[in-house]
Design a protein around this ligand. Structure first.
Ligand code: TYD
Ligand code: MG
Length: 455
């Protein structure tokens, strides 16, 4: 065995390290996820040399060098990054294969290049001709952008120190390998080592590095979640491959709020910003359908107004079906139980199907009231009134609970032309209940109160 290599055991699901092999990861509870990896021993000593001997400094003296942010033409993407790409930032962009990661970063790199930054796009997946073809499709062939096809990380670092790019894209981290390790590219040890080397380079040279990472079948960022711990920012690129909208979401961000989203549309010539995100998810505004309701939800700091759909039909089997997409199926069962106990409607002999238009997923409790309204509407077989929206969480006691950021939600609803909103009773201390949004507020305290005002 190579003497320079050290053996370690790491969980492929959560990235936890162990000194010996275990059948089950104690940190995340997943079985058979721990694999043996080889770590190059020399790497730690290299770090000290590379960084020089850093000295302690007063915190106040460090704050002066404020991070430089490079902005793009996609101001929503800049917002997701926390206000532009930070110099020295180490970013991971994860997403399913074919969702458009390479397209997004090629477009951003072209824009950053045009704004004066020296940018280098490294691909280990495609040839320079393929990248050129994509560039032609999105109309950036003439952008000041360097491309390089290489997978050997040591070569790459040598190229970087020669040509000194300011922003680097690595497409993808799974294709990179270090010759100091014996394992194959894409293995946990290789990904970890290559990412660690790039991280050191990014931080010592103050270069922004964006890694593209594929997602595993289980939905985790391929192989080691360890990458999530290493990077400053984790961006998830999501969307249904059959539909053309994409959501870029920040899951973690050391440079701004996490949970921010940007809504993009995949067109024939690359990705474009979606101007009015809310209108995108509203389809049947003019003639409301039975079983649909409108909710104002918060994604990061922005409000999305979405259409929820329920279908309640008499069941022909002993065990009625509960099918939910876009929300947790357990949430649906819980709300059905609350409605049965406090809304006086039993759907125990009915099949219930639930969906969110546009294939969106939501986990916000503020959608509860709208879900209940959609269920009532489908059960009663009557469409809800036009221009009626819902905001509120349902408690297990059938009470409608307040949610945060009411002002932003009401402003968005009123901007989209909604006329009425069913919402929780404003607490005395809250000033959102005292303002005029140009929308009629209908405060309710219990779930059975809303039945009388729906149709
Ligand atoms: P790609 O960026 O290669 O995905 P990833 O890097 O995440 O694997 O994008 C692939 C898909 O995007 C492919 O199905 C074709 C589509 N696409 C467009 O619809 N329009 C375009 O302008 C481009 C470049 C790609
Ligand atoms: Mg790609």
């Amino acid at each position: 065995m190579n003497k320079k290599l050290k053996t370690a055991y790491v969980c492929g699901s959560c990235g936890q390290d162990y000194s010996k092999w275990h059948g089950k990861c104690e940190s995340c509870g997943v079985w058979d996820s721990i694999t043996e990896i080889k770590i190059a021993k020399s790497s730690s000593s290299k770090t000290a040399v590379l960084r020089g001997c850093s000295q302690p400094a007063a915190l106040s003296s460090c704050a002066a060098s404020d991070a430089i942010r490079t902005i793009s033409k996609f101001n929503d993407v800049d917002r997701v990054l926390g206000g532009g790409l930070v110099g020295g930032g180490f970013v991971l962009l994860a997403g399913d294969p074919g969702i458009g990661k390479s397209t997004l970063l090629l477009q951003l790199m072209a824009q950053w290049g045009e704004s004066g930054a020296k940018v280098l796009y490294v691909s280990g997946e495609e040839s320079a001709e393929q990248i050129m073809m994509r560039a032609g499709r999105i109309g950036v062939e003439t952008a000041p952008l360097d491309v390089l096809t290489e997978t050997d990380i040591e070569h790459l670092l040598a190229v970087f120190s020669n040509s000194k790019p300011q922003i680097i894209v690595i497409d993808s981290i799974q294709t990179m390998f270090s010759s100091s390790l014996e394992s194959a590219p894409g293995s946990v040890s290789q990904i970890r080592e290559c990412a660690a080397m790039l991280l050191r380079y990014a931080k010592t040279e103050n270069v922004s590095v964006l890694l593209i990472g594929h997602v595993t079948k289980e939905g985790g960022i391929a192989g080691p979640r360890v990458l999530e711990h290493m990077v400053d920012t984790v961006l998830q690129f999501e969307g249904d491959g059959r539909l053309n909208y994409r959501i870029l979401r920040s899951i973690k961000n050391r440079f701004g709020p996490a949970g921010e989203i940007a809504l993009l549309t995949m067109t024939d010539s690359g990705l474009a910003q979606t101007k009015n995100a809310s209108e995108f998810f509203l389809m049947n505004r003019e003639s409301p359908q039975t079983g649909t309701s409108i909710a104002a939800l918060l994604e990061g700091t922005r409000v999305l107004v979405v259409e929820l759909q329920a279908l309640v039909t008499r069941s022909h089997f002993g065990l009625p079906q509960r099918v939910a997409s876009g929300i947790n199926p357990k949430k649906l069962s819980l709300l059905l139980a609350v409605i049965e106990k406090y809304g006086g409607i039993s759907m125990g002999d009915h099949d219930v199907f639930f969906n969110i238009a546009g294939g969106l997923s939501v986990s916000e409790p503020a959608a509860d009231l709208a879900i209940a309204a959609a269920l009532f509407s489908s059960f009663r077989n009557k469409p809800l009134r036009k221009n009626l929206a819902f905001i509120g969480e349902l408690g297990l006691g059938g009470e409608i609970r307040p949610v945060n950021n009411m002002t932003a939600r009401l402003k968005e609803l009123s901007g989209l032309g909604f006329k009425e909103c069913v919402l929780p009773q404003p607490p005395k201390s809250a000033d959102w209940g005292k303002q005029n949004y140009g929308i009629h507020l209908v405060p309710c305290s219990r779930v059975n109160d809303i039945q009388g005002i729906l149709f």
